[in-house]
Write a new protein. Sequence first.
Length: 578
Amino acid sequence: MSVSDPILDAMAAELQRSRQGLRVPGSPRPYHLRYVLRRRRELILEAAHGSLMRRRDRETGNLAVDVRVGSHEFDNVLDGGLAGEESERESADWLLAPDDLEPMALRCALWKLTQIKFDEALEDYYEHRKAMISEYLRDEVSSFTREQPTRHIEPLDDTPLPIDRWAQELVTLSRRLLDHPEFYDPTVCIRGERMHRWLVDSEGSLVRSSDLWLEFEIRGFVLTDDGVYVEVNRTWPGRSIDEMLDAATMATLFDEVIAELHELREAGSPGSFIGPALLSGQAASTMFHEALGHRLEGNRLVARGETRTFAHMLGERILPIGLHVVDDPTVQLLAGRSLWGSYRVDDEGVIAQRAELVRDGVLVGFLRNRTPLPTNQAEHAEPGKRKPPGRSNGHGRTAGVERPMARMGNLIVESDPQHHATTAQLEAQLVELARAQGRRHAAIIHRVRAGETATDSYDFQVFKGELAHVELLDVETGARRRVRDLELIGTPLSALQRIVSFGGELGVDHGYCYAESGSVPVGGVAPAILLSEVELQQASRTGFHEPLLPPPFADDGSGGREGRLRERGRRRRRRSSP
């Protein structure tokens, strides 16, 4: 198993030693071992008011060891791996790798962690056996798929980041904040993460990969007259140094944020809204991510605590004709932009693959890692074609501590040209829908800042999106009014069924997705969609008053809020004098 990389050599040698030596009489032996080393370099540069507020540049190394005892048919993993809290177990205290990655020190760290993981695996194995006796596990399936070993060795990119230049550009840009005391808690920042990953397993996989994620952001808050802090931000993602914005483009985004800040100060909140809505591609991608994507993660089809919204809908229509959904981590560029969720090999050593999920509105597949799915839920074959075997489609992902599970990479929603509408046609249909429903207003949602959802059977099956830019359209006059302090809420099946039309131009989104296996970078792509009805609720906000004093750089000696209150008191006293 020797390769030219001394780190992979050391990991492979220790794995082989563990495979041969981990034996307890009367207990099952390991049938699968996997070692992963992640070397992360994390960068944070933040500036405000002409000062570099934070400069953090650090490297850390973390280990992950997966020990499976028993067999592919039955092992120590229950509920598709979703039931465990690996971060709270003893093994979580032994994840650090040596900073210098010296091979023998690395082997010693793996040796210690493997022993603890083996002990935990045996405990879990007998807990699984106990559950088989005490419960009726109606969705019990085999434990682990058989896959071909992967050999994938990439060069490690250690190109120096231009940290000094970026820091100076941020400081220069942030000086402009001195002209805007109305912008509270502002920051301009660049965040970066470079990750080198080494993976070996007992099946013969050898993987070395190198990735870089970069993000520029301008963010701050404006305080409205009714005491609500409303966030304003712009972000720009990249996967290479060349994609980071130059100083001029950063300044352009700064101007956009300032203009939006003043617009939001004057905007009101309707409190709530129900009616038809047109979502941009970026906003639609968030809705598909929360309402659909998480519910197509295969591990949720076998976990006892999950609702399994789409488990029995394979081959049924869940979206309008003309819409297709895939998750494709192999797509690196779209419209000249790098996608945030691209990777080549997943965290279980399986080659990344395009996963077809919805074909012409019909559910045809799920995101899969090496957790087998029930035979009737593996994948829906095209007419006249054989159903493919129920193997992983390369979507096993983890942030490093928890066990990998099927996760989204780049969730891409596409539309057939013969079915999609132009922006003008979508807006005309929006007005028609509102009039047919007897409503005065319709909503146009331009940007969603973030989203969340619940999929477990204990909780309500809902999703929510935090709206960053939304307008109400007066269907009689055509006037548009910016509104704020709203969230999009809905239930997944009803929301997807309310899609009545869609566009063709694709919007791109990016971010970090949080789920049971941790935070992983994802991309989202979707066309604009028209929904016959959405519900918007007022965001939960606490009322605040403005600071008693202005920022020091904007203090003209008037005393700020306290001085204005004194002046108003003097005016009242003067008015009451005889």
